[in-house]
Design a protein around this ligand. Structure first.
Ligand code: TEU
Ligand code: CA
Length: 549
């Protein structure tokens, strides 16, 4: 029998870069590709295997690059194609693969295809997009766009509406059209030829939309399209591919990430990220985190995908608030809670993603005025809620907790001007706490969040139980403690963490006291009860132990 080689990405840690906010190299206040090249040493030191780059293609930047006007060129703001090729080459020397962001559900309205498509109904590109006639002079139906307003926009030249699930400047591509699919595959093959290490697929569960039936996610033809996409492109290389799927259940995720490789390597699913909002409402309608439900949700994903699929592990990305502010404590226990959250996440099965600045324990930001915010979703929300009669203060409270700009403030490199991000004026203000929270300080401090992440990333490389161990949730009903084991044929690992700012005792069976301590977020050893059967956890304390079986 031939042993199937374990894919490299099961053992990998991916780092997400939001290029606009990572490192500026020319003083225009906008992060760029040369800036990233200059930080490869830092990334190698951290120990990551791949970088997922949010889009750097040509774009009018209506949605910060998620509105692409040319898939095969780089926006001048970020550099040019040869910078990109240099980044791929240089990253390889640091053992880092570059993962590109593919936005295939929509393009920019300034993409050549769309500029042609809207000229006339007989234009060969017309059918690249989704068009409908009006109904008695009104919208084809009442569907809404994710960034506010109707999902339909009228184009007088063709007497039709086009469909857009996101902003007006992001018309949806028509995947029913085989020509569209072929253009996309050729474009992907072109990037594969350039040596990229993989792709992250933006809102991929929305490509098979059927607006006449009000279907956005998980359309009937979705997996047919994905299997064709994978066959025509990804399967010709040794790539990491990850599909962003807000509408995934565990059953659907098994299709996306089937070990037979027919679709992707893994998924980004968000079930655990939408729990702290009011039932049936929007992410802006805040509610306390139902901790027990969170644990059970994560455990369900761990157990149901075991051996049948593969998950990604993340708390943060460019669309989400900073986890230490969200579920940790970004004041008194910032360092402890950031480390605790890292332990819980990295101990699970799946491929961990670290979002830029997460490894420093970067926090949410509170800009005094709405004019300091740049994100289209945030700005539209503000306008809509103001018109809807909400109090300014309430809207700002939601924005402070949930705005995507929390994740998009510049990377905090040093305590110097603009946090070392730029010598010019940053496109979005730096979080004022950069004087305390920054990479330069943290690299010097062995107890920093940064060094903790380094250690955690290295442990994954030396302990196979991280990759293969079977997950078992302990104390499922406990309101304060997050504890679980991972078990393979040889070892058992235990993660035991206090999710609160008060002391909490964690009962265990006696055999853990002499186990090897893999990582721990307090200076002194954890305190055990006299009978050795409970760990007396301090606020946000987290331990990871390992024993031979
Ligand atoms: O996000 C998908 C998506 O559904 C988001 O609009 C999400 O609902 C929102 O960010 C929650 O705050 C992807 C990209 O990650 C995002 O940056 C893009 O704006 C979006 O697709 C459109 O391309
Ligand atoms: Ca720049």
């Amino acid at each position: 029998m031939t042993e199937m080689k374990k894919p490299w990405w099961k053992n990998a840690v991916v780092y997400q870069i939001y290029p606009k906010s990572f490192q500026d190299s020319n003083g225009d206040g906008i992060g760029d590709i040369k800036g990233i090249i200059g930080r490869l040493d830092y990334l190698e030191e951290l120990g990551i295997d791949a970088v997922w780059l949010s889009p750097v293609y040509c774009s009018p930047q209506d949605d910060n690059g998620y509105d692409i006007s040319d898939y095969q060129d780089i926006d001048p703001m970020f550099g040019n194609l040869s910078d990109m090729e240099e980044l791929i080459r240089e990253a390889k020397k640091h053992n880092i693969r570059i993962v590109m962001d593919l936005v295939l559900n929509h393009t920019s309205d300034e993409h050549r295809w769309f500029r042609e498509a809207k000229k006339s109904k007989d234009n060969p590109y017309h059918d690249y997009y989704v068009w409908r006639d009006g109904v008695e002079g009104e919208y084809p139906n009442e569907m809404k766009a994710a960034f506010g307003g109707p999902a339909w926009e009228w184009v007088p030249e063709v007497n039709q509406y086009y469909f857009h699930q996101f902003s007006v400047k992001q018309p949806d591509l028509n995947w029913e059209n085989p020509k569209v699919r072929r253009e996309i595959y050729d474009m992907i093959l072109w990037w594969m030829d350039k040596g990229v290490g993989g792709f992250r697929l933006d809102v991929i569960d929305q490509i098979a939309k059927e607006p006449d039936r009000m279907i956005t996610n998980n359309g009937p033809r979705l997996h047919e399209f994905l299997q064709e996409l994978s066959r025509e492109t990804f399967q010709k290389g040794d790539l990491i591919t990850v599909g962003e799927a807000w509408g995934a259940t565990t059953e659907i995720a098994k299709l996306y990430s089937d070990p037979d490789g027919s679709e992707f390597s893994m998924v980004f699913q968000f079930e655990h990220m939408v729990m702290d909002q009011q039932e049936g409402k929007e992410k802006w309608d805040l509610a306390p985190l139902p901790f027990v439900r969170l644990k059970k949700c994560l455990a369900k994903w761990q157990n149901e995908l075991y051996g049948k699929g593969w998950n990604s592990l993340f708390w943060d990305n460019h669309d989400l608030p900073r986890i230490v502010s969200r579920w940790g404590d970004d004041g008194k226990y910032r360092v402890e809670s950031a480390k605790m959250l890292a332990v819980i996440l990295h101990g699970m099965q799946g491929t961990p993603y670290v979002y830029q600045g997460e490894e420093l324990g970067m926090t949410n930001v509170r800009f005094p005025d709405i004019s300091d915010y740049k994100d289209i979703e945030t700005l539209n929300l503000y306008r809509e809620r103001l018109e809807g009669g909400y109090e300014k203060e309430d809207i700002m409270r939601s924005i402070y907790a949930r705005s995507r700009d929390n994740a998009r403030t510049p990377m905090q490199w040093s305590a110097g001007p603009s946090a070392g991000f730029t010598t010019g004026t940053p496109w979005i203000a730096v979080n004022p706490n950069y004087t305390e929270i920054n990479a330069e300080e943290e690299r010097k401090d062995p107890d920093s969040v940064y060094h903790f992440y380094r250690k955690l990333i290295r442990l994954r490389k030396t302990h196979p139980v991280f990759v293969d161990g079977k997950f078992n949730l302990l104390l499922p009903e406990d309101e304060r403690i997050f504890a679980y084991t991972r078990t393979d044929g040889m070892h058992q690992m235990l993660v035991c963490a206090n999710f609160t700012g008060e002391a909490a005792a964690c009962p265990l069976d006696g055999k853990w006291k002499d186990a090897e301590m893999l990582i721990h977020n307090y200076g002194e050893d954890p305190a055990w009860s006299d009978d050795g059967e409970r760990i007396m956890l301090k606020p946000y304390e987290a331990v990871m132990l390992c024993r031979k079986l």
